[in-house]
Design a protein around this ligand. Structure first.
Ligand code: ZN
Length: 193
């Protein structure tokens, strides 16, 4: 990997801890070698499958009878820093009857991506520069609401397990993908088969 400037690393959410200061000319951007702990191979399918398998396990914790979504957020150096699945907010009784009544469920439920973002908030963890792995039983791209949230949190890569998009979701999914592209968020797929 070619050396990156500290400015590039900052924009990628990687914290540079080896800054040098020019005490006579102020701070200037300079070339640094990536530390091995940051040199994470995002293009390594083995690691992508590992994170996605964790997300799949977390999806199984959801009580939603129709769709199960599990999400993990991973820091630039490859650590899982937040997690979530689709479910009701903390303190709200997640009784099966409430899930079975569709309209009522929609009023209570957080999507998996939202739960992951709120988990990070709860623990005071920044998602800036993080990648997010979404496993869902539907395998479609994130909804508009979650896409907006992930953009605003500073997520830089989104991985999901790709399945065919049902016709009724095509418009929403296309809008999400367009919005994510415009915001500069990469969307990639992971094949667990
Ligand atoms: Zn969503």
């Amino acid at each position: 990997m070619s050396p990156k400037t500290s400015d590039q690393l900052w924009h990628e959410g990687v914290h540079v801890n080896s800054k040098e200061y020019d005490f006579h000319g102020g701070f200037t951007s300079y070339e640094v070698e990536l530390s091995p702990i940051y040199n994470h191979k995002w293009d390594d399918p083995k690691w992508q499958r590992r994170y996605m398998n964790v997300a799949k396990e977390i999806a199984s914790w959801s009580k939603d009878p129709s769709t199960k979504v599990g999400v993990v957020a991973v820091s630039p150096d490859g650590k899982i820093i937040a997690q979530g699945y689709n479910g009701f907010p903390r303190g709200i009784r997640d009784e099966q009857e409430r899930y079975d009544e569709r309209e009522l469920k929609y009023k209570y439920i957080n999507h998996g991506e939202e739960s992951c973002i709120y988990d990070a908030c709860y623990h005071g963890v920044s998602l800036r520069g993080a990648s997010i792995f979404i496993y869902s039983t539907t395998g479609i791209p994130p909804c508009n609401r979650c896409s907006r949230g992930m953009i605003q949190c500073g997520i830089v890569n989104i991985f999901y397990n790709r399945e065919d998009v049902p016709e009724r979701w095509e418009e929403e999914c296309a809008f999400s993908l367009d919005m994510l592209e415009e915001a500069g968020v990469k969307v990639l797929t992971v094949d667990l088969s």
